[in-house]
Write a protein that binds this ligand. Structure first.
Ligand code: ADE
Length: 267
């Protein structure tokens, strides 16, 4: 029989192990980026090269760009193109699968999810803003049964990075994730209930997997469209994609430069 003492000891040992891990230098980073267009400028900036390697099963379209930048082993991972339709495999299903496989294969010290997002002007978001998410939650998973409702929303605080925030002066807001670019009335109510400033299609899924496997994760999101504005989302997204990607890539470079030479506990 497992006693309370055994449980307590296990918790103490786990806490000591986490504290020790946080004192180690960050050496390996996984940067998950859903759209290849958003990833390619960073691939060039960090002088990364693409496989061939045996990190992922040969059947999947997932792409790993990797290399050494400063003292960091950087891996930019994209879910790749849908084999039939030729478009990026955005959304929570591929994000969680790829994150799981990347953690298993690469054992990163930190995950950065970088991407674009819809922003809420009522909460101060403007086109081109770059946010660091303080919290993540889902807005498309509904189950009204008590407790299951909270399990569906799966709200989490992200890994705290007070020094990085102070240095980089990024905007901070809560991120809400669903599998749609546009927003149904139900989505809108759920996003408001999640108190979110930005919405995306991957963040909470990546946070779920990172949390399961105890890997710190942070979320950098650039606003391409105003979710509570008048313009059709898809049109506004495409119109601003290039400019927002440039802002995103600049912010991610600053984040990576800040991380270089530091341990997790210094972020
Ligand atoms: N990525 C960019 N804009 C988005 C939006 N409005 N919703 C979800 N993901 C996005």
């Amino acid at each position: 029989m497992v006693s309370h003492d055994d449980d307590n000891n296990t918790h103490v040992v786990e806490e000591v192990m986490v504290a020790e891990a946080e004192k180690r230098l960050v050496l390996t980073i996984v940067i998950f980026i859903a759209m290849q267009t958003e990833a390619l400028p960073l691939v060039t900036k960090f002088q990364l090269s693409q496989g061939p390697d045996l990190v992922f099963p040969k059947e999947v379209p997932w792409i790993r760009y990797h290399g050494i930048y400063k003292d960091l082993r950087i891996n930019i991972i994209c879910p790749g193109k849908d084999r039939v339709l030729g478009v990026d495999s955005v959304g929570t299903v591929s994000a969680s699968l790829v994150t799981y496989a990347s953690i298993q294969a690469l054992q990163p010290d930190l995950i950065i999810n970088a991407g674009t997002a819809g922003g809420f002007k009522a909460r101060g978001a403007c086109i081109g803003d770059v946010f660091l998410a303080s919290d993540v939650a889902f807005h498309h998973r509904r189950n009204p049964i008590p407790v299951c409702d909270r399990n569906g929303i799966c709200a989490k605080k992200t890994f705290p990075t007070p020094n990085l925030l102070k240095e980089l002066k990024l905007k901070v807001g809560k991120l809400s994730t669903g599998d749609s670019l546009d927003m149904s009335p139900h989505d809108e109510a759920a996003i408001i209930a999640n108190d979110a400033t930005v919405k995306d299609m991957e963040g909470a899924a990546i946070a779920y997997v990172a949390d399961l496997l105890s890997v710190p994760a942070i979320f950098v999101k650039a606003v391409t469209d105003i979710a509570d504005g008048d313009k059709p989302t898809a049109e506004e997204f495409l119109q601003n994609l290039v400019a927002a990607t440039a802002a995103l890539d600049q912010a991610v470079t600053r984040v990576v430069d800040f991380i270089s030479g530091k341990c997790i506990s210094e972020l």
